[in-house]
Every structure is written in structure tokens, then in C-alpha cells.
Design a protein around this ligand. Structure first.
Ligand SMILES: Cc1cc2nc3c(=O)[nH]c(=O)nc-3n(C[C@H](O)[C@H](O)[C@H](O)COP(=O)(O)OP(=O)(O)OC[C@H]3O[C@@H](n4cnc5c(N)ncnc54)[C@H](O)[C@@H]3O)c2cc1C
Length: 413
């Protein structure tokens, strides 16, 4: 019996929409019948609408995915902000002196280190491109699934049953696909919440991503195209609760002091939001005819701005292995290519997650000896050009095994 679709993607957030768009534009997979189930699809915001609170630092590899799918011009038009430098410093150091590490795109011969983009613009632009590439978007959620030999049969929120050779769970940290497939997780609560807001600054942000490590968690100021900065301040749940309730003057005072006045006085220009932070890793990324991508497979601390970037690379790897399976006469959900996907992405994601977790533990500690070791380590690392190059190439997604659909040369094809 012929299934309704070749691939059903549950969840059309940034990652699910990116996966669908990439399936649709990568030549070996562009003939597949793909559907996305998304109960809350994003609409492209009007040009005059202010930037939403949720923004992300996108790596170069993720930018290539957006370029490849054709979504990049729309994301740029919504005020994507390139950042050319990154400065990271310890609470007891200074951004310009000891206890800091500085990265500069010019040292790599790159125009920038990445872009700060609006999440809903990325999601909407990718969804639009997926539709252009022939993907079906269904405004509904997945409620149940049943795995058969040849296909997965899913039930939508309205009770409609649909079948596909492959079901992809791109439905975020609380993934229903992961739960219904019986895939467990490992991880822990960081005991931190991230407070986010957009702030006006007294001094220009100089296209630099600033991050100060406080013993209660890192505070980042990410440059926005309108001259403001996006604050991501990870701190204790109690402090986060207090920070979201303070009046504007008191909040302004607290965030200016916490950022060591690096951009002068900071004034909130939006409401504030807070998100609990957890480390989560799915014990498996696959089951027969099922694969997990993005936050459904892994959740990381935002300190290195890697969550959606790792998710986009999951998508590109899954598209590549699916294309190879089709070229070899196989079908999209065949066990051999799902195993290859899982081995590949675990080998990339696990070290990245361990590094982020290690950094968060190393810095969220006010032991004086550790603080001294941190500052000395940063001082030495800042002078070690080869080490800096390795770190930044990894952060930009230019190192590791890069999937063919997002290899830079793929832009030509
Ligand atoms: C404060 C903060 C700052 C961050 N900064 C960065 C950064 O700078 N850079 C970076 O790379 N990452 C960053 N991240 C991480 C990044 O936001 C996430 O990794 C990313 O949003 C995950 O995208 P996703 O599409 O996998 O999941 P989600 O964004 O959670 O999307 C899941 C989608 O699935 C849908 N869905 C849910 N249930 C169902 C269902 N049953 N059926 C169908 N659909 C369903 C939802 O409606 C949603 O649209 C940050 C995170 C936080 C909290």
C-alpha cells in the first residue's frame, strides 16, 4: 500500500521547517512527498514590527542552510545583525585585559563570525521556502503513532490518520514523538533560568557579542541591527524571578552593574522573559522509521549559542543519508541510513554538549582558586592563535564532518 507521504515532520519550528525546506531543495531528495505538522506556524513579521524577544546567534554553517533553501534574504531583510567580534571574560577579569578571550573574524579571513537573527523570521522564511519546494504544511499536531514494517501511521489532533515511510520528531524539548516512541532521556536541570530582553546601550555595541561569566551564570549582550542588544542573562531561578519583576530603573541598574558597564548604561526597551535551562540528551535519536532532530534530540545551555545550530546540522545530516539511501534504491526510513544518521550526529553533538556543560560548570563557581585558574587559562588561550582558531571554527560550524547539503561549495550546485 502506498503511504500518504514519504516523510512526515512533526513540528515546524526553526529546525522542522529547515529540515522540510532542505529536503525540498536538495537534488537527491527533492522528489520526496514531505508534510510538516505544526499547530502554530509563524508568519513573516511585517517590516515595521519590532524585533521579537527570541533571537539566536546563527553559525556560518546554519547560514549556508538558509542560503541553500533560499530563506536567507528574508531573514536578512528582518534585520539579521552580523557580529565581527566576540569578547568573553571572567567576573574577576576585564573585557580588555587579563581574564578575557577575544575572537575577531578578521583573524580568520571571514567577514563576520555569525549573525543574530529573529527566531520567528527564520521559522517563517523556512516554512515559506518549504512550501515553494512543494512541502505540505498541516496546521495540526501529532497525537499518536503506530510503527508498521513499511510505514509509520500517525494520528493528528483532529483524529486524521496519515502514513509515511519516515517520521521525524522536530517537536522540541517536550517532544511527543520521543515520548510515544519510548525514547528516554538523560540530563539535569541547571538550576538556572535565562532572562531575556532587548536593551538600549549608552555606548555602541561595535558589532561585538559580549559575554561575562558571573558565578551565578553567564550574561550575554548580543548586537542587534537597530543598535540595541539582546540580553541573555542566565542566573538562579530566584534572581530571574526578581529580575523580571523589577521596575525599569532598578532593572537598568542591575543589568548595567552585572555587565560591568561594558556598554555603559543599559535601558530595557522591551518586556522581559525567562526560560528554565536544562541539559537533555535523548538516549537514542532513532527507532525503526523514526528519527529525532533539534531540541527533540538534545537541549543545551545557551551560553555558546549552539542549540539551533546543532539542530540544523542534524537536518543536513538526515537529508544527506536519506538522499544516499534513495540513490542506492532504498526508502527514506530504512534502518541502515537511520543508524548512520544517529552515529554521525551523536559523534558531533556529544562533544559539543560536553564542552558547553564543562564551561558552564567551570564558570558557575566562585571558588578563588578556580577563578584564578580560569583567568590564567583565558589569558593564555587568548594568546594561543591555533587554539582560538580551533574554537571559533567549531563555533562557526566550519569544523567536524560537514553534511554535503550545507557544504559551502553546495551553494554553487
Ligand atoms: C534563552 C535562549 C537563548 C538561546 N539562544 C540561542 C542561540 O543564540 N543560538 C542557538 O543556536 N540556539 C539558541 N537557543 C536554543 C534554540 O532556541 C533552540 O535550540 C531552538 O529553538 C530549537 O528549535 P526546534 O525547532 O528544535 O524546537 P522548538 O523551537 O521547540 O520547536 C518545536 C515545534 O514543534 C511544535 N510542536 C510541539 N509539539 C508538537 C506536536 N505534538 N506535533 C506537532 N508539532 C509540535 C511546536 O509548536 C514548535 O513550533 C537558545 C535558547 C534559549 C532558551
Amino acid at each position: 500500500m502506498k503511504s500518504d507521504f514519504d516523510v512526515i515532520v512533526a513540528g515546524g519550528g526553526m529546525v522542522g521547517a529547515g529540515l522540510a525546506a532542505l529536503f525540498g531543495c536538495y537534488r537527491p531528495t527533492d522528489g520526496l512527498r514531505v508534510a510538516v505538522l505544526e499547530p502554530r506556524p509563524a508568519a513573516l513579521p511585517a517590516a515595521h514590527e519590532p524585533l521579537d524577544l527570541r533571537v539566536s546567534a546563527l553559525s556560518r554553517a546554519s547560514q549556508v542552510l538558509l542560503e541553500r533553501t533560499g530563506a536567507w534574504p528574508e531573514v536578512l531583510a528582518r534585520g539579521a545583525s552580523p557580529y565581527a567580534r566576540m569578547v568573553v571574560w571572567d567576573e574577576r577579569g576585564t573585557p580588555g585585559g587579563e581574564g578575557a578571550i577575544r575572537f575577531d573574524a578578521a583573524e580568520l579571513g571571514e567577514p563576520d563570525l555569525g549573525h543574530i537573527v529573529e527566531n520567528r523570521a527564520v521559522q517563517a522564511a523556512l516554512t515559506g521556502r518549504a512550501v515553494r519546494h512543494g512541502v505540505t504544511i498541516l496546521r495540526t499536531g501529532l497525537d499518536a503513532l503506530e510503527v508498521r514494517d513499511e510505514a509509520v501511521v500517525i494520528t493528528t489532533g483532529e483524529g486524521r490518520r496519515l502514513s509515511a515511510a519516515l517520521l521525524v520528531g522536530a517537536d522540541g524539548g517536550e517532544s511527543a514523538v520521543r515520548r510515544l516512541a519510548g525514547i528516554g532521556t538523560r540530563g539535569w536541570d541547571y538550576g538556572q533560568h535565562a532572562v531575556v530582553a532587548h536593551l538600549a546601550t549608552e555606548r555602541p555595541h561595535a558589532q561585538t557579542a559580549w559575554q561575562r561569566f558571573l558565578s551565578t551564570g553567564p550574561l550575554a549582550l548580543l548586537p542587534l541591527a537597530d543598535g540595541r542588544v539582546s540580553l541573555v542573562w542566565s542566573t538562579t531561578p530566584e534572581a530571574a524571578e526578581e529580575l523580571t519583576r523589577l521596575d525599569e530603573a532598578a532593572f537598568s541598574e542591575r543589568v548595567t552593574v552585572a555587565s560591568a558597564g561594558v556598554l555603559g548604561r543599559l535601558e530595557p526597551v522591551t518586556r522581559r522573559g525567562a526560560f528554565p535551562l536544562r541539559l537533555m540528551h535523548a538516549l537514542s535519536y532513532t527507532r525503526p522509521r523514526i528519527a529525532l532532530v533539534g531540541d527533540a534530540a538534545h537541549g543545551v545551555h545557551p551560553l555558546a549559542g549552539q542549540g539551533v545550530n546543532l539542530g540544523f546540522m542534524d537536518c543536513a545530516a538526515l537529508v544527506e543519508v536519506t538522499g544516499d539511501a534513495l540513490a542506492g534504491g532504498g526508502d527514506p526510513g530504512e534502518a541502515r541510513s537511520l543508524r548512520r544518521y544517529e552515529r554521525w550526529r551523536k559523534a558531533e553533538n556529544l562533544p559539543a554538549m560536553a564542552l558547553m556543560d564543562g564551561l558552564q560548570r567551570l564558570f558557575s563557581n566562585d571558588d578563588p582558586m578556580l577563578s584564578w585558574a580560569r583567568r590564567t587559562g583565558l589569558f593564555l588561550a587568548d594568546r594561543a592563535a591555533p587554539l582560538k582558531r580551533v574554537l571559533i571554527e567549531r563555533a562557526m560550524g566550519l569544523a567536524g564532518e560537514i553534511p554535503r547539503p550545507v557544504a559551502r561549495e553546495s551553494l554553487a550546485g
